[in-house]
Design a protein. Structure first.
Length: 434
């Protein structure tokens, strides 16, 4: 692929594209859901919404109520939000009302807060309206997204105030507004730079004895995008593996569709944002964007409509585990053979221990992937508890990986080199139901 084919989308634009696709597809599917032609899984739908919100918080510091400095406290809040969304997606029926109210409050409060901030920055809006055409589109797109977010939040809190077809049409318009904003932000960013669009709020420190504690908690979280995605995936796999133990003995219900949906959407973000696929890394291009959006659409459909493509997505994720595992193992063995043939291999003791461990983790994850994939395709040979244990082990390995890459970046090492030595998030096992 030529360098001219490379296409780099900002992460914010990627999330807006996925969320716009989410709303458009949800609105279209609602026509068949209200007609009784398709089943509906509100828990996993709300859970996916919360995970997307959490993803923006952890990676960008962007909350439903506006931009904040990405501190460790904010990262912890984002991870907590992701855990709530994941539990809601995995365990249906227990938190339906709570999830609906939480999503409704976030959308209503967020839409109102963003509209207020937009009105408070009237000078900026007027400057956009007086500028070139793309800036005028930006002013309209931002205002429409904020207003429709407020309306959609009210409909979520009070679902009986509109009829089904009206809700479906509103969601489609809502999704189109996100897609329009994504395109507009991308074009404005290319033409004027990202600083033209967003201004970070001023941070106010508390007085007195709380200042030191606030300083520690509000320090900027220097999380590279790769580390943030690895961290979220580690949370997903560890939590899923733990939940599968009580699920296996019948203590909890389980939604494979919700789990498939989350996994596919996170995979889609990795593909578009990092060019990282289950079969290797590639330069980001329009083809990669389309490939990622296909994964996102499958994940969104699986989260909204249970039981229709469960078998197909399960086989897909199981196959990705096996293919990714064997490729990762092959790369690890090939790297080991090259080191042994290298005349300078005797100087291996000079390599810092953290780098040697970082080089070992890909092989360990590859083995876990293969065992987990086999547990999916050969359930009679490998019981369900083996698959659950593999998920927990892989999640812990990813936590260790994220910590080591973050430590290397703090020590002044090249984060890109550390990421190259480590497995990309796409190399992690793709959790699937048994």
């Amino acid at each position: 692929m030529n360098s001219a084919d490379q296409y780099d989308l900002p992460l914010e634009v990627i999330v807006l594209l996925i969320y716009g696709t989410f709303m458009c597809l949800f609105g279209v599917l609602l026509h068949w859901i209200f007609a009784g032609a398709l089943p509906y899984a509100p828990d996993s739908m709300y859970g996916l919404s919360l995970v997307l919100i959490a993803f923006q918080i952890v990676t960008l510091g962007r909350t439903p109520f506006g931009d904040l400095r990405r501190s460790w406290t904010l990262v912890a809040i984002g991870i907590g939000t992701a855990v709530i969304g994941m539990v809601g997606s995995f365990v249906p029926g227990h938190f339906s009302g709570t999830l609906r109210v939480l999503v409704g409050l976030l959308m209503t409060g967020g839409g109102a807060a963003l509209l207020y901030q937009y009105a408070a920055r009237a000078d900026q809006a007027r400057a956009w309206l007086k500028g070139p055409g793309i800036l005028r589109v930006l002013a309209f797109s931002a205002a429409s997204v904020y207003l429709l977010t407020l309306i959609a939040g009210l409909l979520t809190l009070l679902p009986g105030i509109t009829k089904g077809p009206h809700t479906a049409i509103l969601l489609i318009i809502y999704g189109i507004s996100f897609l329009s904003l994504a395109w507009t932000l991308h074009e404005v960013g290319k033409a004027y730079g990202p600083e033209t669009i967003h201004a970070r709020p001023t941070q106010v420190s508390p007085p007195g004895h709380l200042r030191d504690a606030h300083r520690r908690l509000s320090r900027d979280a220097q999380l590279p995008l790769t580390v943030a995605i690895i961290l979220l995936q580690a949370v997903l796999l560890t939590l899923l593996g733990i939940l599968l133990f009580p699920v296996g003995v019948g203590l909890l219900p389980f939604s494979p569709d919700g789990q498939h949906g989350l996994t596919l959407v996170i995979t889609a973000i990795q593909i578009i944002a990092l060019g990282s696929t289950p079969v290797g890394e590639y330069r980001r291009s329009w083809l990669m964007v389309l490939f990622g959006m296909l994964f996102a659409a499958l994940g969104i459909f699986s989260s909204i409509v249970p039981g229709v493509i469960t078998g197909q997505t399960g086989l897909l994720l199981g196959l990705l585990n096996l293919v990714g595992g064997f490729l990762g193992l092959f790369r690890g063995l090939l790297s080991m053979l090259r080191r042994r043939r290298n005349p300078g291999a005797q100087q291996a003791d000079a390599v810092p221990p953290i780098l040697r461990l970082l080089a070992l983790i890909p092989t360990m994850i590859a083995v876990v992937q293969i065992v987990f994939g086999l547990s999916i395709f050969l359930p009679t040979l490998l019981p369900a508890k083996v698959g659950a244990a593999m998920l927990v082990v892989n999640g812990l390995l990813l936590f260790a990986l994220a910590g080591m890459v973050l430590k290397l970046s703090r020590l002044g090492k090249d984060p890109a080199a550390a990421s190259a030595a480590a497995p990309t998030p796409a190399a992690a096992p793709r959790a699937s139901d048994r």
